[in-house]
Unconditional design. Structure first.
Length: 391
């Protein structure tokens, strides 16, 4: 039987269990670094399919590493499974994790024929923290030749538009006092936060059109008649790449310093988790995936530059030749990070994406392994800094 036919046969047989796995993860949304049930469900499925599974991999409680084959080339498929606060799997990580399991299981049966080592790497905390960066720092990608994953979206895109990001946590420290009887003795930390928020809003007029700054107040005081002695904020800053991000971050931090200066408060500014780099799509990998996307009955559209997000897969793509395409789940007008999108992630279109993404990734790996010189071309492009948009 043809290698792709073997992939197709395996995934057709596994489709019901993969969809059930997706729904199970969707029903138990867990936040960054706390994805114990979701991680275990994916790891169990991989182990049940015959892959060798290491749990609590690389020092992370909810990371796992499932492997098959001992070939000369190493392909890593990244599985995400964390959710968002209050709105659950509104970014579709249940689809990502389940499709990566499907691709890994299909490829595990072919690993020896393809002279490959296949890894499905369970990567926690994409929505905050940066589990893939933790794994990079722990050496999880050191011997990987290519890495990939597929992300659900309203759109079908090969070369994902993305931005570098840092996650700032800010604390203003003032002085409590009776807000009516002795206001002169207080120093209002909430006022410092509001001035900083207004300063950021003014800054937005004078940044690049693709750059983004957005945040929330996470604590603003305890009672209206007590001058708030503590106010805390969480802000995200996004730019084209890490170099531009560093410059923009410095400008944003001055806004927080301005709030403290104006109110006589003190301010602490720190990072929450790791900065994320932009995603760099490898041209050859992208072209192979595009052909196989058509083979499963889908067509990709040009870059959706307007809808750029951020992901720790960007850091992986700076270390290893990678792809991170988007796959449509026909959700419009609902988009990622809306409760309505979460509902679409267990719709018939969402279920189809689980199987289609698994198939397209597995087909891509088959073509990569059976095309003479493909791995070398991918590596040469990576070493030369060639990206999809330049190809």
């Amino acid at each position: 039987m043809d290698l792709k036919e073997r992939v197709k046969t395996t995934l057709q047989a596994d489709s019901s269990s993969l969809i059930e796995l997706s729904h199970r993860v969707h029903a138990t949304p867990e936040l960054a670094y706390e994805e114990y049930q979701s991680s275990a469900a994916l790891a169990d499925a991989l182990e049940g399919g015959g892959m060798k599974v290491e749990r609590r991999a690389h020092g992370l409680d909810t990371a796992f590493r499932a492997t098959a084959g001992e070939g000369g080339r190493h392909v890593c498929i990244c599985a995400e499974f964390d959710a968002l606060p209050n709105i659950g799997h509104a970014c579709g990580h249940n689809i990502i994790g389940s499709s990566s399991v499907g691709a890994g299981l299909a490829l595990s049966e072919l690993a020896d024929d393809l002279d490959l080592k296949v890894t499905v790497l369970g990567t926690p905390a994409e929505e905050g923290g940066g589990g893939k960066v933790d794994l990079l720092n722990a050496g999880a990608f050191d011997d990987v030749d290519v890495a990939m994953m597929v992300h659900p979206s309203p759109h079908e895109v090969i070369d994902i538009p993305s931005l570098a990001i840092c996650h700032l946590k800010i604390a203003f420290h003032g002085k409590e006092s009776h807000a009516s009887a002795y206001p002169e003795l207080g120093r209002n930390a909430l006022d410092a936060a509001m001035i900083a928020h207004a300063s950021v809003a003014a800054l937005r007029q004078h940044i690049q059109s693709h750059e983004r700054i957005h945040g929330i107040v996470t604590h603003g005081g305890d009672a209206p008649n007590v001058v708030p002695k503590l106010a805390t904020m969480s802000y995200y800053v996004r730019a084209a790449d890490l170099e531009d991000l560093e410059k923009l971050q410095a400008r944003v931090e001055r806004c927080f310093q301005a709030g403290a200066l104006a109110t006589g408060c003190e301010v602490e500014i720190g990072l929450s988790g790791h900065p994320y780099d932009r995603v760099t799509t490898n041209p050859t990998l992208g072209e192979i995936y595009d052909r196989n996307l058509k083979a499963v009955g889908r067509s990709a559209f040009p870059d959706m530059k307007r809808s750029a997000g951020s992901t720790d897969m960007g850091n992986v793509s700076s270390h290893v030749p990678s792809i991170h395409p988007l796959m449509s789940i026909d959700s419009l007008p609902a988009v990622n990070h809306q409760a309505e999108f979460a509902a679409h992630c267990i719709s018939p279109a969402g279920d189809r994406a689980v199987v289609d993404a698994a198939t397209a990734m597995a087909y891509t790996v088959v073509d990569l392994a059976t095309t003479k010189g493909a791995f070398e071309t991918v590596r040469a492009e990576f070493d030369a800094g060639v990206v999809e948009s330049e190809a």
